[in-house]
Ligand binder design. Structure first.
Ligand code: GLV
Ligand code: MN
Ligand code: MN
Length: 440
């Protein structure tokens, strides 16, 4: 379909921009201690963002629902008659876009919310095109918001999309606990969900004809050495090609809790020392494997007192590589090293896999459609492999899925410095609207 730009009517209010949408939530979940935003799933902040989204959707006349897994849906329906009668039939083969509103601790403003705000702004553009007679849709469009994408509260990322698509067994998900020992099932119930209904949702999945997630680029993929030319920064947009395989493991070291002052150095079985040696080994072993990434970003001593030798230390490790066999081999090496460091300290060490997702290749046909649309706005837009995980990566196992990445000039993400320029956000919205128009 050829896209003909539709000038807004001269008396129309100024169009919604990502900037104006994100400005309305700029204070929600701001974390003065860590910097940036802390918006774990079902925290006050994340609940406020959910309400904000539902209000924005309602203001556009969209029908909103919260499904059994806590995924928010906002529907821009086609008149039912055009699609064979019932509303349900008219939602089959729907085009779905969206992202998430939860964050890592101290995260940036754009990881997740950019995709949600861009979806709303793109929908506004499409509605204007339809009102001007320039868009004739065959399909419904839905904006979806997935809970616990970051796994920052319950430890497993993309829980909403995993539950919906059957990528995690509901019994396992419901038993996951947060730092306070609250299970996902309990938290879900406190937030109005029925844990017995959580799990695979074939009806919701079947409605999704294609899923497109727009996301802030999270490294130096668009503004790094590969793309920055003499004329300045690289292209504003990219189309996703793959999501790097990634997983999370818990390493637990157990020793003898004791008194910091009375226990001679040679008498200690200190799990903190084994953990510290292991952190260094993680770095060394990953660096020896080209293109592997391994991170220890969280460590928790028990009982955790300055004058107490810990009795147990847990640390959580994130490992990523394009080849799943390399990830497995690297994790096995790290496990051996951890056990050796534990034994040398008179401790024990145990490794438990908490999640593992193989490398995802996005649907080539959808990627070609996205590229065509994106390159009208950003002619140099490359295909981009991302090292970050996404709900799009989970859904790709079940439905044709694609991604649009928006340049991040700092190259920093999961930190307050994450950034998107207004012009790039506007380019992302236009490209998303064009892509959705083709799919609708
Ligand atoms: C989420 O952004 C992840 O890549 O872990
Ligand atoms: Mn994200
Ligand atoms: Mn993230």
């Amino acid at each position: 379909m050829t896209y003909t730009p539709v000038p807004p009517p001269s008396d129309a209010p100024s169009p919604t921009t990502v900037n104006s949408l994100l400005a309305a939530i700029a204070d929600v979940g701001a974390d003065p201690r860590r910097g940036g935003y802390s918006r774990p799933v079902w925290s006050d902040a994340e609940r406020e963002l959910r309400s904000w989204f539902l209000a924005e959707a309602a203001a556009r006349g969209l029908e909103t629902t919260t499904d059994a897994n806590g995924v928010l849906w906002a529907w821009w329906d086609v008149p039912a008659a055009r699609r064979g009668g019932s509303l349900e039939a008219s939602r089959s083969d729907a085009v779905v876009t969206g992202s998430h509103l939860d964050s890592v601790p101290g995260g940036g403003a754009f990881d997740g919310p950019l995709g949600v705000a861009s979806a709303l702004a793109a929908l506004d553009q499409l509605a204007a095109r339809e009102a001007a007679g320039a868009l004739h849709r065959e399909r419904a469009l839905a904006v979806a918001v997935f809970p616990e994408e970051e796994g920052s509260r319950f430890g497993v990322a993309c829980l909403g999309s995993r539950l919906l698509s059957g990528a995690i067994a509901p019994e396992r998900a419901l038993a996951l606990t947060d730092a306070e020992g609250i299970t996902l099932g309990e938290a879900a119930e406190r937030n109005g969900l029925d844990p017995r209904r959580m799990g695979p949702d074939p009806a919701a999945l079947d409605r999704i004809g294609r899923f497109v997630e727009l996301h802030v680029e999270q490294g130096r993929g668009l503004d790094g050495p590969d793309h920055r030319g003499p004329a300045g920064p690289g292209p504003a947009l990219a189309v996703g090609s793959t999501v790097l395989g990634h997983g999370r493991w818990r390493l637990s070291f157990r020793g003898q809790g004791n008194h910091a002052g009375t226990t001679l150095m040679q008498d200690r079985a200190d799990p903190m020392v084994a953990a510290a040696e292991t952190v260094l080994a993680v770095r060394r072993l990953a660096a020896a494997r080209p293109d592997a990434r391994a991170t220890v970003g969280r460590i928790s001593p028990i009982p955790g007192g300055t004058n107490v030798i810990a009795s147990r230390v847990d640390l959580w490790m994130d490992v990523r590589h394009a080849e799943d066999e390399v990830t497995a081999a690297l994790v096995a090496e790290i496990a051996d090293s951890a056990r050796a460091h534990a034994a040398a300290e008179g401790c024990t060490g145990e490794l438990v896999e908490e999640s593992l997702s193989g490398t995802v290749h996005f649907d080539p046909q959808l990627a070609a459609t996205l590229s065509g649309a994106v390159r009208r706005t950003a002619p140099a837009a490359p295909m981009l492999a991302t090292g970050a995980g996404h709900d799009a990566g989970v859904l790709a196992a079940r439905v044709p899925t694609g991604m649009i990445h928006v340049r991040n000039p700092t190259g920093i993400s999961h930190a307050p410095e994450e950034h998107v320029e207004d012009d790039d956000a506007a380019a992302g919205v236009l490209a998303l609207a064009d892509a959705l128009e083709e799919l609708l």
